[in-house]
Design a protein around this ligand. Structure first.
Ligand SMILES: *Cc1c(COP(=O)(O)O)cnc(C)c1O
Length: 353
């Protein structure tokens, strides 16, 4: 892909920085299934330290991290309570059913932000008819609900009340560092009550590959076995962990640029006729825009943008997502707005989906 492409499809598209590539080239490695890779061990210890937890585990992807946690926390035949737009239910290949034998009990919440008030009526104990709840899961920041963040007190109450009901809570914190920046809180403060936390090194933090699980020593020991079941036992994984270590140390301090750029984009988009977006709701690096009044589908807009070097995905026929990250600067955002204006001023042509 040429340098001049503005890629707003996802923060997964970032390329490793020069510092990451250097660290990868120089990484000290060993066999991580034997726990002998010093670079992986350091990454896991550092993640545990940052999150103020006993232990951490390096996993190849966020999906593997989430599904590993679900497997450890549940038994077949139970339900996992989560928001309707949760990544675990929409973007993880029905793996909670295929691998853990559990069903999702989804709840629709405004901006994807659940509350104990919404969760409580769905928590089931022993019954002659209904599946028992096995786990509650929340996502912070949300992905498909527009990068929204949980007010810390709301998340804390969910965990406390769920624990009081005798159940564990998993946090899909793929972008917990973005949530932390938006709230001005350290990740440990936002996550300490959860039984397990998954976060991604490969999203806004910019590492080429990898996510982390953090939790108690006991949880991580179980998760290590499940990771192996899934084929996630890696050998000289230090070459990947080395980039992850750089991502973990260096990247959180620049995420605010991505948030500023997302807000800048949102404000520019709000001024384009036919586009609907509330810039006040853009608090991290993800935004959704409604294109239903443009006479083009999101997919057609996406195609026309791509022809002019701007990449953004249609999510539904009437909504598109844009995500800012390390490899998109302010000039790129300005260009995206300019190109979108050009694309939309093309004489309207009815498009049938
Ligand atoms: C990206 C993401 C994941 C993990 O995705 P992988 O592509 O498997 O690394 C999990 N949860 C959320 C909310 C995400 O955005």
């Amino acid at each position: 892909m040429s340098e001049s492409v503005v890629d707003l499809r996802s923060d997964t598209v970032t390329k490793p920085t020069a510092a990451m590539r250097r660290a990868m080239a120089e990484a000290e490695v060993g066999d991580d299934v034997y726990r002998e890779d010093p670079t992986v061990n350091r990454l896991e210890a550092r993640a545990a330290e940052i999150f103020e937890r006993e232990a951490g585990l390096f996993v190849p992807s966020g999906t593997m991290g989430n599904q590993t946690a679900i497997k450890v926390h549940t038994q077949p035949g139970r339900e996992v309570i989560c928001e309707e737009r949760a990544h675990i239910v929409n973007h993880e290949m029905a793996m909670m059913a295929a691998f853990s034998g559990v069903l999702a009990r989804t709840i629709r919440a405004e901006d994807g932000i659940l509350s104990w008030g919404l969760i409580a009526p769905q928590v089931r104990g022993r019954s002659d008819h209904r599946a028992r709840t096995g786990l509650v899961e929340i996502e912070n920041s949300s992905n498909l609900a527009g990068g929204s963040v949980y007010p810390p007190a709301v998340a804390d109450e969910i965990v406390d009340r769920t624990h009081a009901a005798g159940l564990p809570v998993h946090l899909d914190g793929a972008r917990i560092f973005n949530a932390g920046v938006a709230l001005g809180r350290r990740p440990a403060e936002l996550t300490r009550k959860f039984d397990s936390v998954m976060f991604c090194l490969s999203k806004g933090l910019g590492a080429p590959v990898g996510s982390m699980l953090v939790g108690s020593k006991e949880f991580i020991e179980e998760a290590r076995l499940v990771r192996k079941m899934l084929g996630g036992g890696m050998r000289q994984a230090g070459v990947l962990a080395a980039a992850g270590r750089v991502a973990l140390e260096d990247s959180p301090k620049r995420l605010h640029f991505d948030h500023d750029n997302a807000r800048f984009l949102a404000e520019g988009l709000a001024e384009i006729p036919g586009i609907q977006i509330d810039p006040a709701k853009v608090v991290t690096n993800i935004l959704f825009l409604d294109v239903s009044e443009t006479s083009l589908t999101s997919f057609e807009i996406s195609k026309r943008l791509a022809a002019k070097g701007v990449l953004a995905n249609g999510v539904t026929p009437t909504t598109m997502r844009m995500v800012t990250h390390y490899d998109v600067d302010r000039a790129g955002c300005e260009r995206a707005l300019m190109v979108l204006r050009e694309v939309l001023s093309v004489p309207a042509r009815a498009v049938v989906v």
